[in-house]
Ligand binder design. Structure first.
Ligand code: FCB
Length: 412
């Protein structure tokens, strides 16, 4: 018996995702670059040249095309665009205009994230996302980027996972993050500043509140410049399960790190859902997964049905169309990804059959890239990247994804 052919909504977006700092290289003006190079840095290695995508973005687009995808999610990097207070780099904006135009010429819908974790260092030296002024400056930046890219893009993610910092803050018992004070002190010294704050730093709910304010102001600014654009934010949405005794902590995370974002998303055109794993919440933190589940390389439960669970939760609370803006698996062994991808996509289908509006599925990631504090070790890519030559090589999972998309789009 052959499996029934799954029907997907017309115009469904099939994509792959990247983020500027993780692939472009040389993001020297960013707060992350500074943090990566601090003495005693908690990054296992610096980002360096990354995948050299600032130069090789055309090759990346060819990879997207070769998989038969019709969407590419990438981010513009604010540190290149906004090197100094009040000054925008025309050249950097022009670079991204070219990327967006090339996407359109290739029949690929660009999904552009305006802020994916990194900020200009001078923003960090103003207290970063702990300072409400950052929200106002972010809106000004969004206005400028939106005007530059107007006519070329119509799907915008304002910011990536603004709920992640508050989730980890609540999970660690709403206490000072061990080691953060020392990092901040060293970063301040390096900048000659008396403050330093990054997207993931902060020992209060302030960063969350500034992010929510920034998202609202950004949405208004972008709508004014691009009235037809669909605008939303993307959320870190691991599938959380309350274990016996963990109900109170689960409820605390939901109320502080999910509900406020879902409420904000109700005014948006979509919400980006980004699930990677199922986490088991015990009385004081996450518990080990039960035996027998599919594990990622970090030992977390990455069962395929994590994806529909997150989409259903997002829809139940935000009540706006869902974009799976990231989803994938940390797996050095690509056979794991090649099995996980079709199983996850198949498990998304009943959600769509139930009438939940899902705009598209965007796989993380197009490339093996710089995975933040963990450096280049974790592998999420559909393509391997040689760290010396930057040569990209498709993995079997890329061919698997291509086959799924061809069948879904009626070409296979
Ligand atoms: C997400 C991030 C993305 C990538 C994946 C693995 O939380 O948005 O940049 O690091 O995790």
């Amino acid at each position: 018996m052959t499996a029934p052919r799954l029907r997907w909504p017309k115009g469904f977006l099939w994509g792959a995702a990247t983020a500027a700092h993780q692939i472009e290289g040389d993001n020297v003006g960013s707060d992350y670059w500074l943090l990566e190079h601090l003495e005693g840095s908690n990054f296992v290695e610096p980002s360096g040249d990354a995948c050299d995508s600032w130069n090789r973005w055309r090759e990346d687009l060819l990879l997207v095309r070769a998989m038969g995808l019709n969407a590419y999610r990438f981010s513009v990097v604010s540190a290149s665009i906004k090197k100094k207070p009040g000054a925008f780099s025309i050249a950097a904006l022009d670079h991204y205009r070219q990327v967006c135009s090339a996407c359109r010429e290739a029949g690929i819908t660009p999904i552009v994230t305006f802020h994916h974790f990194t900020s200009p260092r001078w923003i960090a030296a103003m207290g970063g996302w702990g300072n409400p002024e950052t929200a106002r400056l972010f809106a000004r930046y969004c206005d400028r980027v939106a005007r530059a890219l107007s006519g070329l893009i119509d799907i915008v993610c304002t910011m990536n996972e603004p709920n992640a910092q508050v989730t980890s803050f609540v999970m660690r018992g709403e206490k000072v993050f061990e080691g953060e004070a020392a990092i901040v002190a060293r970063a301040q010294r390096a900048m000659g500043a008396d403050r330093f704050g990054s997207y993931f730093m902060g020992d209060s709910f302030e960063v969350r509140d500034v992010c929510l304010m920034a998202h609202g102001l950004a949405r208004e600014a972008i709508k004014a410049a691009m009235p037809d654009a669909r605008i939303g934010m993307t959320l870190a949405l691991q599938d959380l399960v309350a274990c016996p005794g963990g109900e109170a902590l689960y409820a605390r995370i939901f109320e502080t790190a999910r509900r406020p974002f879902y409420e904000a998303a109700r005014n948006d055109d979509f919400v980006g859902v980004q699930p990677y794993m199922r986490l088991y919440v015990g009385p004081r933190g996450y518990l080990a997964p039960p035996p027998g589940v599919l594990l990622n390389d970090s030992g977390n439960d990455a069962s395929p049905d994590v994806l529909p669970a997150a989409v259903r939760e997002g829809w139940a609370h935000a009540r706006v169309p869902i974009l799976v803006s990231e989803h994938g698996i940390e797996a050095e062994d690509d056979r794991v990804r090649a099995g996980h991808l079709p199983a996850s996509i198949a498990s998304l289908h009943p959600v769509i059959a139930d009438g939940i509006p899902v705009l598209g599925y965007v796989h993380w990631s197009l490339l093996d890239n710089f995975e933040w504090r963990s450096g280049y070790r974790p592998r999420f890519g559909l393509h391997a990247v040689d760290r010396e030559t930057f040569v990209r090589t498709p993995k079997p999972s890329a061919a698997g994804y291509r086959a799924i998309v061809a069948a879904a789009r009626g070409g296979g």
